[in-house]
Design a protein around this ligand. Structure first.
Ligand SMILES: Nc1ncnc2c1ncn2[C@@H]1O[C@H](COP(=O)(O)OP(=O)(O)OP(=O)(O)O)[C@@H](O)[C@H]1O
Ligand SMILES: [Mg+2]
Length: 264
C-alpha cells in the first residue's frame, strides 16, 4: 500500500483588496465601507439581491464611475504586488482599464470587424505592427475559445456572430491587452444554456492567467465557477468566504437565507 502525502494547500496570493470602500452616486451612498480581498488566479463571485451594489462595486475596480459627473469614491482599492491604489486621483483611469478589464452583461462588440474588435485596446495603446497585432488576435481568440470558429472570417463584421460568439469575442477583446483582472457583470444572463456552459468553461480556463471577479444571480453558476463568494446586501459586504464554505456552511443567517432562496 502506498501512503498518500497530502501537502497543505498554499494560501492564495492577494491580487487586490478594497479597504473601507464607499461609493456615492451624488448624495446616495451605494457602497458602505466594503473591505474585501481578491485572490490571484481565483474566481470571486459577487452575489446578492438586486440593487445591493454588486455592479457598483465591480465598476470601482476599473474606474468606470469616472465617466459620470457627481460620482465619488472613498477608501481604496490596492492592486498587488505594486500596491497601487487605483482610486487615487493621480492614477490614470485609462491605465487602470488596461490592467482591469470589463465584460458586460450584454455582448457589446463594436461595429467593426472581428479583427478590429480584438485589437481595439492595443490600437488605443499605440500598437501598429501588423504582425504583432495578428499574433495577439490569434492568441486572444484562442484564449477565448473562438479561434476555430472565426479564423477564416476575421474581416467580417462582428455583429454577424451569434450571441455566445459575440460574448467570447468581447472576452477576447479584454484578453488582448493582457489584463491582470477581468470583471464580469452577469456575463451569461443574455445567453442560452449551451453558450452559458461554454463561457463558464472558459472562465475556469482563463483564471489560470487572470484574476476574475464575477457578478451572478445564478447560485448554481456561482457554485460552479467560483473559488470565493462575497454576499452583499444594501451596499454592505455581509459575508466573504470560500465558495464551499459559503454554500455548505455560511456563518451569517442572511447569507443562508439568500442562497437557499428564503430571502424576501
Ligand atoms: N447611476 C446611478 N445613479 C444613482 N443611483 C444608482 C445608479 N446606479 C445604481 N444606483 C443605485 O445604487 C444601488 C446599487 O446598484 P447596483 O446597480 O450596483 O446594484 P446590483 O447589485 O448590481 O443590482 P442588479 O442585481 O439589479 O444588477 C441601487 O440602489 C441603485 O438604485
Ligand atoms: Mg448589477
Amino acid at each position: 500500500m502506498t501512503a498518500t502525502l497530502t501537502l497543505p494547500e498554499r494560501p492564495p496570493a492577494l491580487k487586490a483588496e478594497s479597504k473601507n470602500l464607499d461609493f456615492y452616486y451624488g448624495s446616495f451612498r451605494a457602497l458602505k465601507s466594503v473591505s474585501m480581498p481578491v485572490y490571484e488566479n481565483k474566481v470571486t463571485a459577487l452575489i446578492g439581491p438586486s440593487g445591493c451594489g454588486k455592479s457598483t462595486y465591480l465598476r470601482c475596480y476599473n474606474r468606470m464611475h469616472d465617466l459620470y459627473p457627481g460620482n465619488r469614491y472613498e477608501g481604496s482599492i490596492d492592486l498587488h504586488p505594486d500596491q497601487v491604489n487605483v482610486l487615487h486621483p493621480s492614477v490614470d483611469p485609462i491605465e487602470v482599464r488596461m490592467r482591469v478589464s470589463m465584460v458586460f452583461q450584454k455582448p457589446n462588440p463594436f461595429p467593426k470587424s472581428i479583427f478590429e474588435n480584438v485589437v481595439y485596446g492595443l490600437r488605443v495603446r499605440g500598437e501598429k505592427s501588423r504582425s504583432f497585432l495578428e499574433d495577439k488576435v490569434e492568441a486572444a481568440l484562442k484564449g477565448a475559445a473562438l479561434w476555430e470558429e472565426v479564423k477564416d472570417r476575421l474581416d467580417e463584421v462582428a455583429v454577424n456572430l451569434s450571441g455566445g460568439q459575440q460574448q467570447r469575442l468581447c472576452i477576447a477583446r479584454s484578453l488582448a491587452t493582457d489584463p491582470e483582472i477581468l470583471l464580469f457583470d452577469e456575463p451569461t444572463s443574455a445567453l442560452d444554456p449551451i453558450a452559458t456552459g461554454s463561457i463558464e468553461e472558459l472562465i475556469s480556463v482563463i483564471k489560470g492567467k487572470v484574476t476574475i471577479l464575477i457578478v451572478t444571480h445564478n447560485m448554481q453558476q456561482a457554485a460552479r465557477v467560483s473559488d470565493f463568494v462575497a454576499y452583499m446586501y444594501l451596499g454592505e459586504l455581509i459575508e466573504f468566504g470560500e465558495t464551499r464554505e459559503i454554500f455548505m456552511k455560511p456563518k451569517r443567517r442572511e447569507t443562508e437565507d439568500y442562497i437557499t432562496g428564503r430571502f424576501g
